[in-house]
Ligand binder design. Sequence first.
Ligand code: AR6
Ligand code: MG
Length: 314
Amino acid sequence: MFKEGLRSKFLGCMVGAAIGDAVGAFFEGRWRISLEEVTARLLEEPTLRYTDDTEMTIGLAESIIRNKRVEPDDLIKTFIENFDPSRGYGWGTIKVLRRVERGESWREASGKAFGGEGSFGNGAAMRVSPVGLFYYDDPEGLVTAAELSSLVTHSNPLGIEGAVVQAYSVSMAVKSDPREGFRWKDLLEDLIGKIARTEVFRRKLQAVKESLTKKVDREEVVEKLGNGVEAFNSVPTAIYVFLKNSKDFRAAILDAVCLGGDTDTIASMVGALSGSYLGFQAIPDEWFRKLEDGEYIRGLAEKLWETKVSLISR
Ligand code: AR6
Ligand code: MG
């Protein structure tokens, strides 16, 4: 792939994820949301402020750039340094970060969460897009890196699987040429046949496939795929929304927000996928101009791309 095309995809992914998060954040936890309401609100708001989803995505990108791989000790340290309590973190994640800050190992702290089950929240999936970018040409390395990036806070197999499935989907979006149309059947076949290891995810991904081949309304999507904070109730939903709106970044984000529920995280995952596929130029300029720390996030994506390209061309 041409270097320039790849650069645009890295930028589109990270900026797209941040915009989806910030747009969705105005509506988090709501159920009935109309398109008119969303567009009016976006016109009115002077700033698109991001939440924990983007703060953690930034941390993961920073850590990968420093280490040229996913290095879990540095990653958890970066998450702790970047932590801003006003960003709306999930409770389980806050506890793990506090425990590690007090000296516990991440393995122990993450393993203890939720009575020893580990978290299956979507926190590991929402931040994983830099892994999908950095390992886009190395599917095996990608799976291992996505697992490691999850484990520091989310050790439940379903939480890990959310991160692996989202990272793999980002990598496929990076590799696909938007002029050719997205080969969605190939992606779902890969995910169901070789990436997903749990029955829960395989069933949800099968439901994504079925929903794409017929007309389904919003209620049905929420009922069959989910719109909650659990990884299995949001990652397949994000993949569905992206695939349904694969030609249009704006339409994909708005569609995600209108599903309600965990709007910031679902829209953020959709933004990462859509931006990875369509590239930075597909992102509406009026949204990028309002994005908090937009230039920093774009610069970070650029550094991640430079780091990747320097490794490829060695
Ligand atoms: N058993 C029961 N419920 C669980 C379990 C479990 N093993 N694991 C997770 N949950 P958390 P996150 C539920 O706290 O994944 C922000 O708003 C439980 O209800 O580990 O980082 C972001 O924008 C728990 O509170 O944090 C995302 O939307 C919830 O899943 C979200 O939070 C989240 O898991 C990310 O949260
Ligand atoms: Mg959030």
